[in-house]
Design a protein around this ligand. Sequence first.
Ligand SMILES: N[C@@H](CCC(=O)N[C@@H](CS)C(=O)NCC(=O)O)C(=O)O
Length: 212
Amino acid sequence: MTTSTPVVLHGYHLSVYNRVARMALHEKGVLYETVEVNPFEDPLPDGYLDLHPFRRVPVLSHGGFRIYETTAITRYIDDAFDGPPLVPVEAKAAARMTQAISIIDSYGYWPMVREVFVQRVSAPEQGERPDEEIVKQGMEASRVVLGALETLAAEGLCLDGKTITLADCHLAPMFGYFTLAPEGAKALAACPALSDWWSRMSKRSSYLETEP
Ligand SMILES: N[C@@H](CCC(=O)N[C@@H](CS)C(=O)NCC(=O)O)C(=O)O
């Protein structure tokens, strides 16, 4: 399959995981089309469950090849297309990249995005009062995640904001939302290596061009 085969990303414009995939496509310089699917709507568009039985976004389609789960999607993007490699060749750096992605997926997404960001930023935008108990609980869990990622960033094998990897693409959209909450921005400021990473990443064109 060549790069002239159409690349289509089914996703929701506000979704962090959709933006992760878009950032990887931008970093590789891949041209793609988007199909808007809001996974929170019921019912989902006809046939969507055939693309993603777990009712999530995104799904990538490249010719007849379809794939869901963002980590698999971004790995495919890195392997299938020309452009700068997004997975380090060196074993320890590659392992740290995978570790950072796994940390944010397993322990970061829910508290940072679905608790802190949704309650502090989205709820008031929709005229709702934030649930302070959920924000507090989300911040407690998020601080553990920031601490773990600060250790990785300080070590220097990933998240240096200069050599871009799939971990940068995976983390940046979540940090973008998290830092819109004042307590999120304050907690990040207490992590010097991660703050350095974020000040570079948040100015990167792949991040800016994929702004929801
Ligand atoms: N494990 C999935 C997670 C994707 C995910 O949770 N996407 C969110 C949007 S950011 C979603 O579709 N949420 C719908 C829901 O929770 O019902 C992946 O890596 O792609």
